[in-house]
Design a protein around this ligand. Structure first.
Ligand code: TRP
Length: 387
């Protein structure tokens, strides 16, 4: 299997469907996370490092316990500084290309946990400009509308306005522009091309754009005078941005941003991450209960063609998209998760039961989420980054 990072995809016209593709704009195929660590040159999250995090947070968050966050850069450095009394800020974001699905909420929930335990500020960038530039058909009004809608989903998770600062790129460009210029001046086209796979036909807005995703890494110094590192919890596909940003940070007098990388929540189909471009395989926060049931019912599982066969030979949770939901989010108790796995493997529990349970859990979660999302309409302005 070949790993295709941005540069390779750009130079390869014979993409095989099963090849793994991981770029900031496309994730496809079966993702091999160990290979990504090697290819991207990141560090695995070791148990030693997890223990250090646990010393601050108490019981490890589910997403660390299950290695959903599995890799990092400089998390150890950030913790060293924190132990000596220098805080960090959190930074993550969202490309507003459509409604938010459960896969987007996974790293945001973890970000909230870090924010609460380490008592740090969060900068959250909403990149309506990026989503406009990278897609021929989208217009700017559309991506700006999704910015608002997606911010409601973030707020609904429980972030507090005192320490959560949402940056809407086109509205807040005045805060980002000077920083992005400094970054852009120090990244050559040749570096950008090899990091992102730009081609002759790439529009020049897109070529500049990475400097805007870099800017929030450094915005805290501009707003407060404090020079502290940003820690970025995000899916691993965003890593090329951080590689180029880290290269220029110190030359500009800033701390290098640190990262903690997560996996993608698989979609309900056979392969790949949950993706808004395949709506039948994604659960959106705005999906109504019947849609959720329908999607879950049509999901790919590790089950056998007949109930009789499954009772006899058992099923395979390792390839089951439904089991992943329990693993990533909906079964916090590890022993119960193991029990479910065992019952699946031995044929004691059939897919219908598992699907029914998850549809109920999902709908319960989504109902409460939608209520909080409605309430967020009254407070959303309080989260908008202030000058
Ligand atoms: N590029 C991201 C996307 O398309 C959005 C984003 C901006 C982001 N800044 C970020 C994601 C920081 C994670 C961390 O979704």
């Amino acid at each position: 299997m070949v790993i295709k990072t941005a540069a390779l995809v750009a130079n390869d016209n014979n993409n095989n469907n099963n090849d793994m593709v991981v770029t900031p704009w496309e994730v496809k195929g079966k993702v091999d996370y160990d290979k990504l660590i090697k290819e991207f040159g990141t560090q695995p999250l070791t148990s030693e490092l997890l223990n250090r995090v646990g010393a601050h947070t108490g019981k490890l968050h589910l997403q660390l316990e299950r290695k959903i966050f599995f890799s990092h850069r400089d998390l150890d450095t950030v913790l060293d500084l924190y132990d000596k009394g220098t805080k960090f800020v959190l930074y993550t974001g969202r490309g507003p290309s459509g409604p938010v699905h459960i896969g987007h909420l996974v790293p945001w929930m973890f970000t909230l946990h870090l924010q609460q335990k380490f008592k740090t500020r969060l900068y959250f960038q909403i990149t309506d400009d990026e989503k406009y530039l990278v897609n021929d058909e989208r217009d700017l009004g559309e991506t700006s509308k999704w910015s608002y809608e997606n911010a409601l989903d973030l707020i609904a998770l429980g972030f507090k306005p005192e320490d959560t600062f949402i940056i809407y790129n086109t509205k807040d460009i005045d805060l980002l522009y000077d920083i992005s210029l400094k970054v852009a001046k120090r990244i050559t086209y040749s570096t950008a091309r090899s990091s992102f796979g730009f081609q002759d036909s790439t529009n020049i807005g897109w070529v500049y754009w990475p400097a805007l995703q870099a800017a929030p890494c450094f915005i805290h110094k501009k707003l407060t005078g404090e020079n502290v590192p940003a820690l970025i919890p995000a899916a691993i596909d965003q890593d090329p941005y951080w590689r180029v940003t880290r290269d220029v940070a110190q030359k500009l007098g800033y701390c290098k941003p640190a990262q903690i990388h997560c996996r993608f929540l698989p979609g309900l189909g056979t392969n790949g991450k949950m993706s808004a471009s395949m709506p039948e395989t994604s659960i959106f926060t705005i999906d109504q209960p019947d849609d959720v049931k329908k999607k879950i019912w049509g999901a790919f599982t590790g089950g056998k063609p007949t109930a009789a066969e499954q009772r006899k030979t058992g099923a395979n949770p390792a390839i089951c998209s439904i089991f992943q939901y329990y693993h990533y989010l909906f079964e916090e108790d590890l022993s119960k998760l193991k029990e479910r796995e065992h019952k699946c493997i031995t044929g004691e529990m059939l897919c219908g039961e598992c699907k029914k349970d998850i549809a109920e859990k999902l709908n319960k979660f989504l109902e409460a989420h939608r209520e909080r999302r409605e309430k967020a309409k009254d407070t959303i302005e309080q989260y908008h980054i202030k000058r």
